[in-house]
Design a protein around this ligand. Structure first.
Ligand SMILES: [Cu+2]
Length: 313
């Protein structure tokens, strides 16, 4: 993925004097790039629109109370106007979220007031086309209280974003109507982490038996709800919108509407290696790309689910 090396994303935290002792101002700069991207494990490419050249865009992670100082850059090589809509903040839809032309810049600032897992997406016309061509990403706002009995520290963390794939030439009107729909992109590719259903898939999520694995799930599909279920497992706990106060215990299938996020923990049996399939249980979604394999074995790669490997690329 050559675009990763061109990353212009700045996640620079600097202490501010006016905020509380731990609050920081986090600078986030994201360029928009209209690019050909690989959308399956076989190497098929499609014309996509992206934040910083990847689907989803860069993961933004801050602490509750931090201020995000955001700059959007519309690459001069692009053909379309674009914008940024952060669900994580209270802003002005007309000024802050307005579209900018290729070559233009937009800056705005907001405070992360609520913990959770939030989508960001392009809101330019047609929104259906801009989102379903790949213009979305995730903000994680970690709670200021930190971990607790009800919100325990996980052993590994993964981010999974489900989005649509439409035929390359589908218009905004067709996408809005759901026409020319082809499948579910999991972090940008069909069956991205599913070597069971796609022999070209080279990556799966991994954990050790008995570990608490935390999934940050965001539904970026433009029309359809996700029905997120761990086959051969149970969600130990789920936090709606990712807020530690919104806890549910022992869940099977979580409904996640378009443009919403949840945090889900899964713990595999400690005494033997097992596998789970994290699936959108709507069959149309599962059979067209929306399945992820989680392999639980003693040989689990210790780097996966940590550091910069929350979104496996
Ligand atoms: Cu856009």
């Amino acid at each position: 993925m050559k675009h990763r090396s061109l990353a212009l994303v700045l996640l620079l935290a600097t202490a501010t004097s006016s905020a509380s002792a731990l609050a920081a101002t986090v600078k986030v700069e994201i360029p928009v790039r209209e690019v050909e991207l690989q959308i399956d494990n076989a190497g098929t490419k499609a014309p996509m629109w992206t934040y910083n050249g990847t689907i989803p865009g860069p993961l933004v992670r801050v602490n509750e109370g931090d201020t995000i100082d955001f700059t959007l850059l519309n690459d001069p090589a692009n053909k379309n106007s674009h914008s940024m809509d952060f669900h994580a903040g209270r802003l002005d839809v007309l000024t802050d979220f307005e579209s900018i032309k290729p070559g233009e810049k937009k800056n705005f600032t907001f405070k992360a007031e609520h913990p959770g897992v939030w989508i960001y997406h392009c809101g330019s016309d047609s929104m259906a086309e801009h989102i379903s061509r790949g213009m979305y990403g995730v903000v994680i706002v970690d709670p200021k209280e930190g971990y607790s009995e009800v919100f325990p520290k996980p052993d590994r963390e993964y981010v999974l974003v489900h989005g649509d794939l439409f035929e390359a030439g589908a218009s905004g009107k067709e996408r809005t109507a759901g026409d020319k729909w082809q499948g579910v992109l999991v972090n940008g590719r069909l069956f991205h982490y599913d070597p069971v259903h796609d022999s070209n898939a080279g990556i799966a999520l991994e954990s050790q038996p008995g570990e608490r694995v935390r999934i940050y799930f965001v539904n970026a599909m433009i029309n359809e709800w996700a029905a997120f279920h761990p086959i051969a497992g149970i969600w130990d706990r789920v936090w709606d919108n990712g807020n530690p106060k919104n806890v549910l215990w022992g869940m099977q299938t979580m409904q996640v509407p378009p443009a919403h996020g949840v945090i889900l923990d899964i713990i595999s049996p400690k005494d033997r290696p097992t596998n789970n399939a994290l699936v959108d249980h709507s069959m149309k979604h599962a059979m067209n790309g929306g399945i992820t394999v989680l392999m639980n074995s003693k040989d689990a790669n210790p780097l996966k689910g940590h550091g910069d490997q929350l979104i496996l690329r």
